[in-house]
Design a protein around this ligand. Structure first.
Ligand code: HEM
Length: 351
């Protein structure tokens, strides 16, 4: 919870930096006598950089400003991919040393993931520490530097592309459906009021029920993991087919999400179907809940998606450059968004 609370603040902080850069870009365009007030972007590229920034700045104590090449849309990003692996361990060690120098046994009540991981099962854990517990039990031990590194890399690798692509598909769907956009903006006013500079509080996010339905409908109609690899543990009979033990099985998430028996007008984008309605069992599984390997990043992803979509649509109009084509999807392990070209323009009247 501490981490998720801090996450929503970091997203807004990084978005402020982005807006600063957009303003500079607009000034440059004006100097070149381009006075259209548009910021052209490929959202599928932009969102990956943004997600990298969010994940690195929230999971390492180091601000993303201090991570070379990860700030803004820079070519340096590619050159510095290796930098991440070699230097994260250094950042972890450095922060461990800093913490060791702090006042004796003082708890650290920080929302920074690195601090949380470094202090779990130590006297500095604000959730308490019991010295009497068996230290040979892995659950009671403090985490090693390598264990912490593995968790941070898991978040970066497992979290960046799925969240960035889901964000892009959601933006695409909102842009394609003006009534959905209108309802979403009404919800923004209902929850946050008409002051577009009002910070978004962590508590606000759970009130965005319509936005949640828009994200879910996006996940239904463009499933991120259209095929989920499974394996039978035992010999089983499935729909009259005998399946031997250890047989690889592909769960067809996309078929499930578009099954006409479960979803009325399944090809149509209708977020309302997720409002105040009980869903049938196992007909909607974007996070593989209840199957196996639940996504551990579900809450983190939903906070990022909600915050970012609110920040973007509250203040800006987004126009698809290619208004006619379906969403551009490339399957490579998961469904990736690519080539989502948009023009962004500050709204003249916000409400
Ligand atoms: C909209 C965004 C996301 C979606 C739709 C999503 C979906 C999924 C799904 C369906 C799986 C299970 C895959 C399988 O069993 O083959 C999974 C696993 C996983 N996800 Fe996510 N995910 C998202 C965001 C994130 C984020 C932000 C994180 C990081 C905090 C994350 C970390 C992971 C990890 C580490 C696994 C592997 C779990 C394991 O093997 O036990 N995901 N995700």
């Amino acid at each position: 919870m501490r981490f998720l609370r801090g996450l929503s603040k970091s997203i807004q902080h990084i978005f402020n930096d982005v807006e600063f850069n957009w303003n500079k870009q607009l000034q440059q365009r004006q100097q070149q006598k381009i006075n259209d007030d548009l910021i052209p972007l490929d959202l599928s590229v932009w969102s990956r950089y943004f997600l990298t920034d969010i994940i690195l700045s929230t999971s390492t104590k180091s601000s993303s400003n201090n991570l070379p090449g990860f700030k803004g849309l820079s070519e340096t990003f590619k050159r510095n991919n290796n930098w991440l692996f070699y230097n994260l361990l250094e950042i972890i060690k450095q922060r461990r040393n800093e913490i060791a120098l702090l006042k004796e046994k003082e708890p650290i009540d920080s929302s920074d993931l690195l601090d949380i991981l470094l202090t779990i099962n130590t006297p500095r854990d604000p959730n308490g520490f019991d010295e009497g517990l068996d230290q040979n039990d892995n659950n009671n031990k403090p985490m090693s530097d390598n264990e912490i590194l593995a968790i941070i890399l898991d978040i970066d690798i497992g979290g960046r592309d799925p969240t960035a692509s889901t964000f892009c598909f959601t933006v695409y769907n909102i842009c394609k459906h003006p009534k959905v956009l209108q309802k979403f903006r009404e919800e923004i006013v209902d929850v946050l009021g008409t002051d577009f500079l009002r910070p978004i509080l962590f508590e606000d996010l759970s009130k965005f029920k319509y936005l949640e339905a828009v994200i879910k409908e996006t996940q239904r109609i463009i499933p991120l993991n259209p095929l989920i690899p499974l394996q039978s543990h035992n010999k089983i009979s499935l729909n009259g087919h005998m399946i031997e033990k250890d047989t690889p099985i592909w769960l067809h998430q996309e078929k499930l999400h578009k099954d006409e028996n479960s979803w009325h007008k399944s090809e149509n984008f209708i977020p309302e179907r997720f409002l105040n309605k009980e869903l049938g069992n196992n007909i909607f599984i974007p996070w593989c809940e209840g199957i196996i390997r639940n996504c551990p990043g579900k809450n983190m992803a939903m906070i990022i998606l909600k915050c970012l979509l609110i920040l973007l649509f509250r203040k800006y109009n987004i126009e698809l450059v290619d208004k006619l084509s379906p969403a551009k999807v490339m399957y490579f392990g998961i469904n990736h968004s690519f080539n989502l070209k948009v023009n962004i323009k500050k709204r003249e009247k916000f409400y």
